[in-house]
Each structure stands twice: as structure tokens, then as C-alpha cells.
Write a protein that binds this ligand. Structure first.
Ligand SMILES: [Zn+2]
Length: 440
């Protein structure tokens, strides 16, 4: 059976390059779906020098900037009503109206792609912001412990469905941050008052967790080599992991509390979506997603499609090589940090950090994470492989798709038009056609 293929497109792609080149790229990749980002999307964590992703065919910009702006019409919580001013953002409504009709005429569905917890409204809402273990605001992130934030997300989703009438809505940024402008400490969230209060009702006292998290963040800043050694010892084996987590039950309890918050958010959104269109989820590779609040076992019942971002070039949705490079310029320390990540997520390779910085993860990572996702979804939602098509050449694309196919996904969502070369997208289309013809 021919798999479902989708191409992810930003509103600024439509504005800068035009609707027809975006649709031509979708046809080249064999995609019958375009996932169009109609909501705010921003590079919250600026890329490190040398790590910016270049846009090979955009005529007006060389790297990612701000995303889209979606004009609000529905009812929002008073403190979280989106601005009516688009500023310099591309207009998601306009991109939709330019792309969807010609797409429909050629048999391509357009699905709105919406980021929830990092909507632009987060930048002006300190009372609803996530706070890290040091008490600092994590810029650009809303905390899902607040009833207002859940209501905002539901209003945003309802607004998009009401205005666009799509067959599905694809939601993203439904998790906790990896790291942010404050550094590693931003991954230790959330410690806002609402989280303290809600966690206490579940017997979890967040104040007890702050000190060990702050101590580790400080050690990572002061002595990244020692921090990496300690972490590696803790996660380097199954026995070590069990020992560590059983010694610190509060950490497990905290991770489960984060699962609860993200599941609650997705469940509430699913109630808004039900009977109007399908709900599709953009999630992280399952082993890392679990740490960031996404337990795919718990999310599976709510979605028609779930797409883990098994992006091997940049190690999941984030840029682990860039993060490692930011810790220290010393290659020995960088390698120690990489070996910790490798142990934590069972990365299959490469063997050393220099090869990681140049080529990203071994593509076997794609297979491993998709097999895990398949097990966790257990047939309750369709699995789409989130394939990163960026700086890997046509042969690299084929290698990534071959590794994904081993885990039997029923769809391939390609990320994304802006950074892909056209010959890389053509390689996707040719590979899909060969599978459809039974030549695997
Ligand atoms: Zn919070």
C-alpha cells in the first residue's frame, strides 16, 4: 500500500516563494498532504554560529526567522488574547487562502500546523509563563498548569478549525522545553506557583526537587566534564538507571506529573476537535519525548496520526550537537557530554563527537526510535516517520527513508520545504514511487 506523504511548509515559504513553487515541491516529493504552519513559530533558541540552517531556495532570507501570525476571531481568556497586530510576521490566513485552493484543485490536502505552548502571546504573559528551577521565566513558553493556558490552546484550535474548515489539525509544541535562552536550567521546568499548587494536590512537592536540579545545572556550567561523568555513571546502564531513579523517587514523580499535564492539554484539545476534524500530533523521538512530558502511550488514544521527529541530522527536534558545542570548546569535554547523551538515549552512533558535529546521528537512530514509537502506539493511532531532509543529499535521504521503513510507519512527514534542496525532495518522491510499485 502506498504510504501517506506530507511536506511541512511555513507561511513565509508561501509569502516569499509563492504558492505554486511550494505545491511543485510537494508533488516532487510525492506528497498528497501539505502541513502549513499558520501559527506563530519562532526560533526561540537562536542557532549557534555555524549551526544556522540555511534556506537554499528562499529568495529573501537566508535562515529561519519568525513564523506566521494567525488573526484571532474567537473568544480567548482575557490575559491571553492574541494581538491583532501582525508586525513583521507572515500572515497565516493569507498563506492559507493562497495555498489551499490551488492545492485542492490538484488533489493535495492542506492541513494547518499550529504551535500551542509557544504562541507569540507567551512573550507578553509573564503570569502564565513557565519558570525554571531557578525561578526565571523561560522566554516564549506558556505553562499548561494554568487553566487559562489550556483555555487559550482550546480557543486557538477552535479558531483555526472554524476559520479554515480543514480535514485535520496538526498540533505542535505540546511539551516542556529542552533548553532555552537561560541555558540548560530551562529544561528544568516548571516551577511556577500554579505547578507548585497542582503538584502538591498529587503529593509531589516541587520545592524538594529544586536544589538537586540547581546543583546539577551549576556543575554543568562550572565543570561540564565532571557533570558529564556523573551523568554517564547514572544512566550508563539499565542497572544504574534503576538505582538512580529508585533513589530519587521524586524525579520519577515529577516526570509523571509532566506527563499528566501534557496529556490533560491534549485531551482538552481533542474534545474541541472531536466531530469537527482529525487531530494529528507532532512529537519528539519517544525516548526523549518521555522526559519532556510526552508519553506516547498516554497520547495515542487522542490522535489519528502521531509523528515523532526522528531527525537524525540534528538529533531529534533539538540540536544536541549545537548544545554540546556550547558547553565547552574543549573536544574532550564535548565528547564526554556526547557519551552521556549517547548512553541516555541509546544512540547507535557515531562513536565520537566530531563525527556527530559533522554528520549527525547514525541513521539507525531512526529505526530504533520508530520501533519504540510503534510499540508505544500499539495500533491506536497511525505512525508517521518525521524525516529530516536537510543537508544530507539525495543518497542521505534514501538512507533515512530506508531506515524508517524498517519500523513499518504508514506515513512519512517531510521536514521541511524551506531547508530542503529540490534534488533531496525528488529523492523522496522517487523512493515513495518505488515502494508503491513494490520495488523495496
Ligand atoms: Zn508551571
Amino acid at each position: 500500500m502506498r504510504p501517506t506523504v506530507a511536506l511541512q511548509v511555513f507561511s513565509y515559504d508561501v509569502r516569499d516563494e509563492g504558492a505554486e513553487p511550494c505545491l511543485a515541491a510537494a508533488r516532487l516529493a510525492g506528497a498528497e498532504v501539505v502541513l502549513l504552519c499558520v501559527s506563530h513559530w519562532d526560533a526561540i533558541l537562536p542557532a549557534l554560529p555555524g549551526r544556522e540552517r540555511r534556506l537554499p531556495h528562499n529568495p529573501t532570507r537566508s535562515s529561519h526567522g519568525s513564523g506566521a501570525y494567525f488573526r484571532p476571531v474567537g473568544t480567548y481568556p482575557a490575559a491571553l488574547r492574541p494581538s491583532d497586530e501582525p508586525g513583521d510576521l507572515a500572515d497565516g490566513d493569507t498563506a492559507w487562502s493562497e495555498l489551499a485552493p490551488p492545492a485542492h484543485d490538484t488533489g493535495i490536502s492542506v492541513i494547518p500546523w499550529v504551535h500551542l505552548l509557544t504562541d507569540r502571546v507567551a512573550l507578553g504573559a509573564p503570569a502564565h509563563a513557565m519558570r525554571n528551577a531557578a525561578g526565571q521565566i523561560v522566554p516564549g513558553w506558556l505553562c499548561p498548569s494554568h487553566a487559562d493556558v489550556v483555555d487559550f490552546a482550546c480557543a486557538r484550535v477552535s479558531d483555526v478549525i472554524e476559520k479554515l474548515g480543514p480535514p485535520a489539525i496538526f498540533i505542535d509544541r505540546i511539551r516542556f522545553p529542552d533548553w532555552g535562552l537561560n541555558g540548560f536550567i530551562d529544561s528544568c521546568t516548571c516551577f511556577c506557583d500554579a505547578c507548585h499548587d497542582l503538584a502538591a494536590t498529587q503529593g509531589l512537592y516541587l520545592a524538594q526537587l529544586r536544589e538537586p536540579l540547581l546543583s546539577f545545572a551549576e556543575l554543568l556550567r562550572r565543570d561540564p566534564a565532571r557533570a558529564s561523568r556523573i551523568s554517564h555513571d547514572a544512566v550508563g546502564s539499565a542497572v544504574g538507571t534503576l538505582r538512580t531513579t529508585s533513589d530519587n523517587d521524586a524525579v520519577l514523580h515529577w516526570l509523571r506529573f509532566r506527563h499528566f499535564l501534557i496529556e490533560r492539554l491534549v485531551r482538552k484539545v481533542s474534545e474541541v476537535v472531536r466531530g469537527r476534524c482529525e487531530l494529528w500530533l507532532d512529537v519528539w523521538p519517544p525516548s526523549w519525548a518521555w522526559i519532556l512530558g510526552q508519553d506516547l502511550r498516554r497520547l495515542a488514544p487522542y490522535a489519528t496520526w502521531i509523528k515523532p521527529m526522528v531527525y537524525h541530522r540534528r538529533s531529534g527536534g533539538s540540536d544536541i550537537p549545537g548544545f554540546i558545542a556550547s558547553l565547552s570548546p574543549d573536544p574532550t569535554i564535548q565528547d564526554a557530554a556526547y557519551q552521556t547523551f549517547r548512553a541516555l538515549f541509546a544512540f547507535p552512533g557515531p562513536a565520537n563527537v566530531q563525527d556527530l558535529l559533522i554528520g549527525g546521528l547514525d541513521p539507525l537512530f531512526i529505526t530504533q526510535e520508530l520501533q519504540l514509537a510503534n510499540n508505544m502506539l500499539d495500533g491506536r493511532s497511525h505512525l508517521a516517520a518525521g524525516i529530516e531532509v536537510y543537508a544530507c543529499g539525495p543518497q542521505g535521504v534514501v538512507t533515512a527513508l530506508d531506515h524508517a521503513a524498517t519500523a513499518n510507519p504508514v506515513g512519512y512527514f517531510i521536514n521541511n520545504f524551506a531547508v530542503a534542496e529540490l534534488d533531496e525532495l525528488a529523492a523522496v518522491g522517487e523512493w515513495i514511487q518505488q515502494r508503491a510499485n513494490g520495488n523495496t
